[in-house]
Design a protein. Structure first.
Length: 189
């Protein structure tokens, strides 16, 4: 038995086809981009399908505006100006950095050593006050490249921070804690 289509279904199908046609026509307007020989051309497409060249960008990034009143062309100009500002700032920063004298491999590194911060267990375990700070200081003093910035060792022993020297390249601060570890020694006799 063949199925018959009802009148409401036929009307609904006709309505859907009409809406689809209208939406396709409405979407026909807008912008179209084509890439030719490494460059980019942007066209505005009107409702009738006519294309108007808005702007084009060549391989080198140079943009030629053909319709300065078009919103897409205005956005392109604004983006290009922003890009130029960023490039100018980057070039200025690189120029500033290249003017600064560079450190050679054997040049000294001056370190300002802040007094260490000891946790509660470490403060109790430290036999003489300032022994941990002196040990850390000795580790840095034995290095041939690292030079300790002159600081008042007495203030470091008292737990006060030494005067920061303007000659220091690096500020080093350390935290010291005591950790108990239990284990088994494998060499029993």
């Amino acid at each position: 038995m063949p199925l018959k289509s009802s009148r409401p279904m036929t009307t609904l199908r006709s309505y859907c086809v009409a809406v689809l046609c209208l939406s396709l026509t409405a979407c026909a307007g807008g912008y179209y981009t084509s890439k030719i020989n490494g460059g980019k051309q942007v066209y505005r497409v009107d409702e009738q399908g006519a294309k108007t060249l808005v702007y084009e960008t060549d391989q080198n990034g140079h943009t030629t505006i053909h319709d300065a009143e078009d919103p897409m062309a205005k956005r392109q100009v604004a983006a290009q100006e922003m890009g130029e500002q960023i490039r100018a700032k980057k070039a200025a920063r690189l120029e500033t950095l290249s003017a600064v004298p560079k450190r050679q491999s054997q040049d000294s590194i001056y370190v300002n050593l802040a007094p260490p911060v000891l946790d509660g267990k470490m403060q109790q375990a430290e036999k003489s006050k300032g022994a941990v700070a002196q040990q850390i200081r000795n580790e840095f003093a034995s290095d041939p490249i690292i030079k300790l910035a002159p600081g008042n060792l007495d203030t470091a022993r008292l737990g006060k921070s030494p005067v920061t020297q303007s000659t220091a390249d690096v500020e080093v601060s350390s935290k010291v804690s005591l950790k108990e570890v239990y284990g088994v020694n494998g060499t029993c006799q």
